[in-house]
Design a protein around this ligand. Structure first.
Ligand code: AMP
Ligand code: ZN
Length: 477
């Protein structure tokens, strides 16, 4: 049984999806106005880990994460660069996808973009207006917080306190400082869409309410994002969806990741204390970066520093070495034959223990550091016993358990991947290309025997050469 901490109820609860084994999960995605920093990446990796664990536990997860491709930051940046907002979005969506791929984030079932859902946003705003929880003011539409009793249910903010001391800004048309925009009237130079209130664009909170409802319905199971989104973004999302569809609880479980910090300060663009995900991935092993991001509990702060990344690289190395130890022993035994020793019994026991401890830790609010601790003690068992084990079956089972559990955390120690690090891929490419060149040379010299031998031997090694009109090409398999 999985227990998880629900920000809405402020306690750990047993996880019981609304529809048996089906889980609808929405995670606030990036605002695609700039390069993601490694703090943003923490959020994406954390929720990917949670999704993978739910799937491992047999849930059928439908995972939605959006691209916020229209908001103030997008407009400011596009204006600064002198390009269209849509062009800016394309550029950073491609960047985000690349980073997600390098961090082994499983593709979402769908990545909706806010601008693809404007008509549904208008529909939802109309519903909120019909229910008397919003008002129109000169082309803007505002949510009327005073008409929504449960305001503050997620963040614990007191609506009364919110209004005390706050003032409506001079250029705002709100009736009350707590109210927030559902629709913003067009300003010169901004992208806009037609609506019953005139041309304009949606408010940010509206975007996520609508995409969640559109793909997962109301209510749905899990909504995730960083802790900075609890207020006002998620509080306002709840208010909008609850008011439009007259439901008390639009989302059952609210999960929030802690911040990646630098010297205990939140990493953020506005403070300038950030590293882009790109530079971190360029400087450290990709899988080690992922391991680092999961090395702390997802709700706790995690401090970014070079030492922690280097340690993560060492840990990754230790994990890979243990897998290699198992593989090496299996290949020796394949020649030597089957036996049975105490070491086999110890490994078999360790195999059961690691699975149980891994599950116990992950069932407890996705405690990934605990899961790693279980895996590291398995590594110690492997290092102690594998070389004395005699049973290929036990060793294979250990390898399967090990790589399976690491896979749940999104870490891949499959042999091909280990060999597929960038540098070894480069090396492979250089070596194959050299052989192809030698083959061409042999053919020029009419030494067909050598040319055929190179082709055949590469074929045996799993590399096939095809002769095309543009010259020879090669591929693996
Ligand atoms: P944004 O692109 O700013 O909308 O952020 C994308 C996601 O990253 C959101 O879920 C944020 O809450 C999250 N986030 C932003 N900064 C950090 C940080 N320093 N540590 C962890 N998550 C963060
Ligand atoms: Zn959102």
């Amino acid at each position: 049984m999985i227990t998880l901490y629900n920000t809405r109820t402020r306690k750990k609860e047993e996880f019981e999806p609304l529809n048996d084994r089906k889980v609808g999960m929405y995670v606030c995605g990036p605002t695609v106005y700039d390069y993601p920093h490694i703090g943003n990446a923490r959020s994406f990796v954390v929720f990917d880990m949670i999704r993978r664990y739910l799937e491992y536990r047999g849930y059928n997860v439908y995972y939605v994460t959006n691209f916020t491709d229209i908001d103030d930051k997008m407009i400011d940046r596009a204006n600064k660069e002198g390009i269209e907002v849509s062009e800016l979005a394309e550029k950073f969506i491609a960047e985000y996808r690349q980073i997600a791929n390098e961090l082994n984030i499983k593709p979402a079932n769908i990545n909706p973009r806010a601008t693809e859902h404007i008509s549904q946003m208008i529909e939802m705003i109309e519903k909120i207006l019909d229910h008397g929880t919003a008002y129109v003011a000169e082309g803007d539409v505002y949510f009327d917080v005073s008409e929504f009793e449960q305001y503050g249910q997620l963040s614990g903010v007191d609506p009364e306190e919110l209004s005390a001391g706050a003032r409506v800004g001079v250029d705002e048309k709100k009736q009350d400082p707590r109210d927030f925009a559902l629709w913003k009237a067009e300003k010169p130079g901004e992208p806009s869409w037609d609506s019953p209130w005139g041309k304009g664009r949606p408010g940010w909170h509206m975007e996520c309410s609508v995409m969640g409802k559109h793909y997962l319905g109301v209510p749905f199971d899990i909504h995730g994002g960083g802790q900075d989104l609890i207020f006002p973004h998620h509080e306002n999302e709840i208010a909008q969806t609850a008011a439009a569809y007259e439901v008390d609880v639009p989302v059952k479980y609210w999960l929030h990741n802690g911040f990646l910090t630098i010297n205990t300060e939140k990493m953020s663009k506005s403070e300038g204390n950030f590293f882009t995900a790109r530079e971190v991935l360029d400087n450290f092993d990709n899988q080690a970066v992922r391991l680092f991001l999961l090395s702390g509990h997802y709700r706790q702060p995690l401090d970014y520093n070079t030492k922690a990344l280097e340690q993560a690289e060492q840990s990754m190395e230790r994990l890979r070495n243990a897998a290699d130890t198992l593989r090496g022993r299996i290949s020796i035994l394949e020649r030597k034959g089957i036996g049975h020793t105490n070491a086999d019994d110890s490994l078999r026991t360790a195999n059961e223990v690691v699975r149980q401890s891994f599950e116990r830790e992950m069932d407890d609010d996705f405690n990934s550091p605990g899961a790693f601790a279980a895996l590291y003690s398995f590594v110690r068992e492997i290092n102690t016993h594998a070389s004395k084990a005699e049973s290929p079956a036990v060793l294979r089972e250990s390898l399967a358990t090990f790589s399976g559990l690491l896979g749940v955390l999104g870490l891949d120690i499959e042999e091909s991947k280990v060999a597929g690090t960038e540098s070894s891929q480069e090396m492979l490419k250089a070596a194959v290309e050299l052989l192809i060149e030698l083959r061409e040379k042999a053919r020029e010299e009419k030494d067909y025997a050598t040319a055929d031998m190179i082709r055949e031997r590469l074929g045996e090694a799993g590399i096939s050469i095809s002769d095309t009109k543009d010259g020879p090409t090669w591929k693996i398999g």
